[in-house]
Design a binder for this molecule. Structure first.
Ligand code: VG1
Ligand code: CO
Length: 543
């Protein structure tokens, strides 16, 4: 077997964002682009000889080609073994599960998550460390630095490896083991949730619908919901993963999961609906004619955690990203466990979970998970909800309403302005920042400003500091406005506006969030000149 070193000129645009390196497929297809980044990862982690790597992706366009390239490079870089999902498929949480279960030195996950796929869509790659979680900033910074100085990469000259059948084959001195992408993950889910109770719930006529959005969760959901839990065939819709996600936008929100939303708001709607994203780490939870805000979902799961066998002894603590509502904080307070506020992105939860400080983590962006893996986990959240529903036997809406009555409601919404010209987005952020000095103590509408800052996080475990994580305007009554630029988009800039108000009075909790937040929305526009600067009357997506 020939190990070659291919000379390259370094790239300058391979800085990983919120969740790995994401670019247009065409960028990844350009000569040496993928190879340069992969070599930068291998050089940075310098895995000891004999190491095993996990490899898989969400099945999007270019997944298979990238896997073949990475296998050839892994063989040339001295890995002893690569565990690759059959057909090149591994959902993000399943990859995390496999890395942990087999104690590998980490893995490469090929995904651009919720971004559209296909030849004109997006591709992405991310390195997860041996704990199963996304590499922390100090590693991604080192990978980026290396990607800018590389002048060559190592690769063997060999034919493609067969990926469609489970089993082992040799690639040079390396073993490629094609594994069932679902089995280890499904086994882990069975160990956490009361599958007997779920089977009984479903056999008793409880109706559900899961929208896999033609993305990676199709095979996982069919195996778990239909085969193991006995839900009727057809419970999983859009269950066949397609390289372009059927032309859709695999983002489980009220805008892009419109087919599921129509089903759940129809006259004969099922009891429960859920959707997941491109790589299977996000979840949207719906009841009959009812949407569960992701921040509330985290809080409800926390408050009901002991109903699931895997959490019967309680939770150690909760962590949530800064823009996520404080609904979970109220549950943590009541349970007497700590609640941590981290920057956006799952990589910031890893240290807290590894140190045993938290069990549950969540983000407002439809991300919920626990220390069972080191990624957010879409199907896990769905099973957690089903477990709660099986034990409490109440409609989804009623569970949330009772939760609000007990803890108060953190009325919450996120407004996304997608594909803005970068200068305009930067201008809005600068405009908000320019107002900071004069704001504290001032009245804005019905609110009085308590503080403004640009969120800085100091990791309580390793002391690392992350700056520039979002502009916050906090009010005396706990309400908040947050402005943040997305780190996952590939077209222009996406500005996210996060809005939160608190309502303690149960008589006033069942209101439309946009209406309840209208005062804050107006303040946000006044502070940022959003409408004027973007020329847009409304956001691209409202959650
Ligand atoms: C978004 C979400 C963030 C999430 C990230 C990755 O990042 O806001 O909460 O962790 O996507 O999710 P940003 O920088 O665009 O706001 V996934 O499912 O795309 O891996
Ligand atoms: Co995702």
């Amino acid at each position: 077997m020939n190990i070659g070193i291919v000379a390259t000129t370094p790239f300058n645009d391979q800085k990983p964002g919120t969740s790995g390196l994401r670019k247009k497929v065409t960028v990844f297809q350009s000569p040496n682009y993928l190879e340069n980044f992969v070599q930068a990862v291998f050089d940075t982690i310098s895995a000891p000889p004999g190491s095993t790597l996990v490899l898989g992706g969400d099945g999007r366009y270019y997944n298979r080609e990238a896997i073949q390239t990475i296998l050839r490079m892994a063989a040339a870089n001295g890995f002893a073994k690569v565990l690759v999902g059959q057909g090149g498929i591994l959902s993000t949480p399943a990859a995390s599960c496999v890395i942990r279960k087999y104690g590998t030195c980490g893995g490469l996950i090929l995904s651009a998550s919720h971004n559209p796929g296909g030849p004109d869509g997006d591709f992405g790659i991310k390195y997860n460390t041996g704990n199963g979680g996304p590499a922390p900033e100090k590693i991604t910074d080192a990978i980026y630095a290396r990607s800018r100085t590389l002048t060559g990469y190592r690769i063997v000259d060999a034919p493609d490896v067969a990926l469609d059948r489970v089993g082992s084959s040799a690639l040079g001195d390396m073993t490629v083991e094609v594994i069932d992408p679902v089995a280890d993950y499904a086994e882990l889910m069975e160990s956490l949730f009361d599958f007997a109770a779920l089977r009984e719930l479903i056999a008793g006529g409880f109706r559900l619908c899961f929208d896999a959005m033609h993305a990676v969760t199709g095979p996982y959901a069919i195996e778990i919901l239909e085969r193991r839990l006995g839900a009727p065939a057809g419970t999983v819709i859009n269950g066949v993963p397609l390289p372009d996600f059927g032309g859709g936008h695999p983002d489980p929100n009220l805008t892009y999961a419109d087919q599921l939303v129509a089903i759940m708001y129809a006259e004969d709607a099922p009891d429960f609906g859920a959707a997941s994203d491109g790589d299977g780490d996000r979840n949207m939870i719906l009841g009959r004619h009812f949407f569960v805000n992701p921040s509330d979902s985290l809080a409800v799961i926390a408050a009901n955690a002991t109903l699931a066998p895997g959490y019967v002894h309680g939770i150690a603590g909760i962590a949530r990203s800064m823009p996520t509502s404080a609904a979970a904080d109220r549950v943590a307070e009541k349970l007497g466990v700590p609640c941590y506020e981290t920057p956006t992105g799952w990589k910031f939860f890893g240290n807290l979970m590894d140190a045993g400080r938290v069990t549950l983590c969540g983000e407002e962006s439809f991300g919920t998970g626990s220390s069972h893996v080191r990624e957010k986990d879409g199907l896990w959240a769905v099973l957690f909800w089903l477990n709660i529903l099986a034990k409490r036997r109440l409609p989804v809406e009623e569970i949330v309403h009772r939760h609000w009555a007990e803890f108060g409601r953190n009325v919450y919404s996120r407004h996304d302005y997608e594909a803005l010209p970068i200068e305009i987005a930067n201008g809005i952020m600068a405009q908000v920042r320019s107002r900071f000095a004069g704001l504290p103590g001032q009245r804005c509408g019905d609110y009085r400003v308590k503080f403004c800052d640009d969120f800085i996080y100091t990791d309580p475990i390793d002391g690392s500091v992350s700056t520039g994580q979002g502009l916050r305007v906090g009010f005396e009554d706990g309400s908040r406005i947050v402005f943040r630029l997305s780190g996952t988009g590939t077209e222009g800039a996406t500005l996210r506006l996060y809005l939160e108000a608190f309502e303690a009075d149960p008589a006033r909790q069942k209101v439309d969030a946009q209406q309840a937040l209208s005062g804050l929305i107006a303040i946000a526009d006044e502070l940022s000149q959003l409408k004027q600067r973007t020329g847009r009357e409304r956001p691209t997506v409202i959650t």
